[in-house]
Design a protein around this ligand. Structure first.
Ligand code: ADP
Ligand code: MG
Length: 399
């Protein structure tokens, strides 16, 4: 028996958020609304958002929903149904600052804080009840879904209208800041842009050298293809330190050059000069960034021509590079990659655990999922869970 991830409808998710709100904040009036933001899946362009690269993600149909009511006393009260329990947090907005709070509530409080100091909105306190269908810690960006649902809710409660694309760009920066500065997770912007700008039926071409966000057709249905996500459910180990160490090398090279990796003429050779004692390691890491950027540009062209064979070949190369050059895969991810048949498959997200995606014919979904499942069972890995991903709407009001 394969284990498929359950997803609630927008109506069910909104009702669940309202129910949690009523239980968590019995002293509060009814919420002013319910907002949602999706997780995202990244098709290609991994670990290069912080290096002036590019990525092609799409917003998932799996959302985090927040039922939110304004307060007048400057307090942020947050309740989240998460990991089989309800977690609570309460913090005055005035106490939010870099590094505080650094637990899960920092994604929420940090977003309101960062959006406020960027003058994207004003806020005199909020009650926020959170429910989610986005798998947590699976590389599908539950963290961005949490930030972006909070951001659009706080924005609309303040301004009385949904954010347009200009405001969304501002909110994306606030969400990134919350994650980087308040929680201390050094992610680079891919996730928040995908969650805020996603559109049903579209993928996004994100160019991190210019900040450009382009909505591009993503019509794999027409070729009877689907995107299967296999969450390995492997526990993250040392993920924070490992992510930071990969980024640390790229940041060191970029600061020595005074530009992004993409702008350095022979970036690999240059990287070797930055830390001569670790020249070989620096070369390998930067080679991934350079090649993954080129692959993603090529993948964008392939997608525009509906050339999915080429796109699938590039996905495979991306995984191999993340495995051999960037070294962010795990035995569980590599097992799923191999079992999926490699062509059209790759790990997605930051790595060190999380999910593998496979762009495959619709007729191969069951057999591919079974092969991934069996490969994991054979090696006594955790049982994977599966999802057929479709591109959904970006952050929005639900009710
Ligand atoms: P990913 O974004 O790939 O799911 P991250 O490690 O970036 O993984 O983010 C996961 C973290 O985000 C969790 O450990 C938790 O702190 C926070 N988080 C995500 N979703 C929720 C939620 N619904 N409620 C509370 N915290 C959440
Ligand atoms: Mg995340």
């Amino acid at each position: 028996m394969l284990n498929w991830i359950d997803t609630r409808s927008d109506e069910q998710l909104a009702a669940a958020a309202r129910d949690l709100f009523a239980v968590a904040f019995p002293d509060s009036p009814a919420p002013g609304g319910v907002w949602a933001a999706p997780g995202r899946v990244n098709l290609i362009g991994e670990h290069i958002d912080y290096a002036g690269g590019a990525s092609i993600p799409f917003a998932l149909e799996q959302n985090t929903a927040v039922a939110v009511a304004p307060r007048t006393d400057g307090l942020l009260r947050i309740a989240s149904e998460y990991d089989g329990a309800v977690a609570h947090a309460s913090i005055p907005l005035a106490d939010v600052r870099p590094g505080h709070p650094s637990d899960w509530s920092g994604y929420v409080a940090g977003t309101v804080w960062a959006a406020t100091i960027a003058n994207a909105l004003t806020c005199s306190g909020l009650d926020i009840a959170i429910v989610s269908d986005v798998p947590v810690g699976s590389g599908l960006s539950s963290s961005a879904a949490l930030e972006c649902s909070t951001a659009v809710a706080a924005y609309e409660l303040c301004h009385g209208r949904a954010p347009d694309d200009t405001a969304r760009a501002q909110l994306a920066q606030a969400c990134i800041r919350a994650e980087n500065e308040v929680v201390g997770a050094s992610t680079g912007g891919l996730d928040q842009n995908a969650s805020l700008f996603g559109q049903r039926g579209k993928a996004l071409f994100l160019d991190f050298s210019t900040g450009a966000v382009e909505r591009v057709p993503f019509n794999i249905d027409a070729q009877d293809m689907v995107l299967l996500i296999a969450d390995t459910n492997a526990p993250h180990t040392l993920s924070d330190g490992q992510y930071a160490s990969r980024r640390g090398i790229i940041d060191a090279v970029q600061s020595a050059a005074g530009s992004t990796i993409r702008e350095i003429p022979d970036a690999e050779a240059f990287a070797a000069t930055v830390d001569p004692a670790a020249a070989e390691l620096y070369r390998r890491r930067v080679r991934h960034v350079v090649e993954e950027t080129n692959r993603t540009l090529a993948a964008g062209t392939a997608l525009a021509k509906a050339n999915l064979d080429e796109f699938r070949r590039l996905m495979r190369e991306s995984h191999v590079s993340l495995r051999d050059l960037y070294e962010v895969t795990t035995p569980e991810l590599d097992s799923a990659f191999t079992a999926a048949g490699e062509l059209g498959a790759r790990m997605t997200g930051g790595g060190f655990g999380g999910a593998v995606i496979a762009l495959i014919p619709r007729s191969a979904v069951e057999s591919t999922a079974q092969a991934i499942h069996d490969a994991a069972a054979y090696r006594s890995f955790p049982e994977p869970t599966f999802l057929v991903a479709r591109s959904g709407e970006g952050a929005r009001r639900l009710a």
